[in-house]
Design a protein around this ligand. Structure first.
Ligand code: EPU
Length: 335
């Protein structure tokens, strides 16, 4: 066991917050994980699981033991004419997994190309982009309980997936570490171009292969979302709110062409659009600013986690004052 003390976390979070972990360790096997859990329990150290750090806001001092699981194995569980079932280690880089699945002729992940983070984080917030959510291809999530070291597995149903939601953000929040995810992928090339900009590209260039679609997604993401290496950020900072039909009607009286995605219980409107309409693109809140190209993204230039949360709070308040709509933040607070 290699446990380090007072570890700088700046390079472990894409917002570039200059935080420190009281203790930190990385492990790559379930046996080693169990040893660490036992040690932490004996030493009374709370375990804080950190993934790729692309969806977290770090407090200055993270107390306890920061744990990263780095297993990036790939295991074929079963295969028939139509589908493969593959078990992927939680520590594999998400985009690398997407591209390697495509190169093997396994389809279903192409719309989710170029999302930062690790495989183990994908089920936590049910990552989604360009018309597809990861819940559509996840069969099973395996992990370890942080209090006992006991292993568990959860079926897709049991994960309680919803838009940017799962059981891992609620009942199991801070209680588990995900060790692997089982994906069921198709061997038949199939593409979903329902998302407007992709549909437009398909009309201009013809229906894409899954690999071409992944490349389109990479292109669109690169054009809208800044690279954290250049402009530190955590992707979408706010979730798109679902508002009531009445609220939507009121909004439509004030604005022409409100972008919207009707749901059963109301209408989902892009938080980025709401923020943009207030003229906030490029606006600074101390060291934190709203991205010039996508109002849903906050850029942190040297600020602390508190600075990021303070900026987010001001934006939430401004949205509420202007539209009467409450928006929630997407990244988790890590302290
Ligand atoms: N819009 C604006 N101004 C802005 C941003 C958006 O007017 O500054 C408008 C766009 O013109 C468009 C609509 O809002 O009509 C939606 O924008 P976009 O397609 O860029 O998507 P989004 O709702 O802003 C969501 C996800 C992204 C995902 C994209 C594509 C959430 C919180 N975000 O963003 O996810 O990549 O759709 O599917 O659901 C992430 O979670 O980190 C993330 C990047």
């Amino acid at each position: 066991m290699n446990i380090q003390q007072n570890v700088a976390l700046k390079t472990f979070n894409t917002l570039g917050v200059n935080a420190f972990a009281e203790y930190m360790t990385q492990v790559s096997s379930i046996d080693a994980l169990k040893e660490v859990i036992e040690y932490a329990s004996d030493s009374n150290l709370p375990i804080k699981v950190l993934g790729g750090g692309s969806n977290v806001v770090l407090a200055n001092e993270v107390s306890g033991l920061v744990l990263q699981y780095t297993n990036d194995s790939l295991e074929m569980l079963s295969e028939d004419e139509e589908y493969v079932l593959v078990r992927v280690g939680a520590g594999l880089n998400w985009h690398e997994w997407v591209m390697s699945s495509l190169s093997k002729g396994w389809f279903g992940l192409q719309n989710l190309a170029y999302i930062p983070g690790l495989v183990g984080a994908a089920p936590v917030q049910n990552i989604g982009a360009y018309g597809v959510e990861v819940k559509s291809v996840i069969r099973l999530v395996r992990g370890v309980m942080l209090d006992t070291g006991e292993e568990f597995e959860l079926s897709n149903e049991a994960c309680q997936f919803a838009y940017r939601e799962s059981i891992f953000k609620h009942e199991l929040n801070e209680k588990v570490l995900i060790t692997s995810v089982d994906f069921r992928l198709s061997k038949t090339p199939q593409v979903d171009v329902s998302y407007a900009p992709l549909d437009q590209m398909a009309k201009e260039q013809g229906m894409p292969t899954p690999l071409t679609l992944a490349n389109w997604v990479i292109e669109v993401r690169k054009s809208k979302l800044p690279s954290p290496d250049i402009l530190p950020n955590a992707g979408s900072f706010f979730k798109n709110p679902v508002i009531t039909f009445q609220q939507f009607d009121r909004l439509s009286e004030q604005f022409d062409h409100v972008p919207s995605y009707p749901q059963k219980e109301g209408v989902k409107v892009p938080a980025g659009w709401l923020i943009d309409q207030m003229g906030f693109k490029g606006k600074s809140f101390g060291p934190v600013s709203v991205h010039k190209q996508q109002a849903l993204v906050l850029i942190n230039e040297g600020g602390s986690g508190e600075d990021v949360l303070a900026a987010a709070q001001q934006i939430k308040q401004a949205v509420f004052d202007r539209y009467g709509i409450a928006i929630e933040q997407e990244p988790r607070i890590f302290q």
